[in-house]
Design a protein around this ligand. Sequence first.
Ligand code: KIV
Length: 275
Amino acid sequence: MGHPVPAGQREEALNTLDFAKRKAANDPIAMVTCYDYWSAQVLNRTNVDCLLVGDSLAMVMHGFDSTVHATIDMMALHAAAVRRGAPNAYIVGDMPFLTMRRGQGCAMDAVQTLMRTGVNAVKVEGEAGQADLIAHIVESGVPVMGHLGLTPQSVHAFGGHRIQGRNANQAAQILDSAKRLQQAGCFALVLECTPRHLARRITEALAIPTIGIGAGPDTDGQVLVLQDMLGMDPEFKPKFLRHYADGCNMIRSAVDRFAQDIRAGSFPTKTEFYA
Ligand code: KIV
């Protein structure tokens, strides 16, 4: 409270209770990943609703081949930087690989570390075997966003990044898990790479909003990885992804022009140095 909002930045961020209101009002939620200070500053000037410090940062920012490599220290470092860059934003931080599976103490330590970076909520992948722990986190005053479908921390069990819920059994399991997550107190649910009809069934069955990635148009919101939507890797174009910019070529051409200007002696000119 109290700090001035610079021109162009959002006046008022969402709060946790607004998510259900947005679903009830049929007002779609726009979420995007954010991993660092400078992109948080840029996103804080946009009208996106929510920033996700996703554990996908292990791949996008650190070059690992899966999110299994994200640690709580990595998550905390990135989350704190995002909060500094976007002081008004609603920020969700991912609970990294296995932090929910090594007992309540381990999970609560990770939750505490993440929340103290300044995020508003944590996101947890999966439901099986951890609904009680999720309820405990919620009862402790920490908002939890669920995540079902293709949960990337289970990539090895899935045999790759594959669509989940294609057969009737799998679909029924995901629907049951979604209901149990709502029961446990989750305020929203990410659905990743499920068939459209399943995402729609889940969205209709829940009072909390679903936020889809590769789950079709019927969810209550959409999320994309920032670097993916900016086209930072022009070759990465799964079916569900839309490139909103040609980011790779934009940066490449700017840096090439810079190098060219130096070689041509045209940078800096007399307005660009201190006499
Ligand atoms: O880590 C992440 O970026 C995510 C989104 C893809 C939903 O969980």
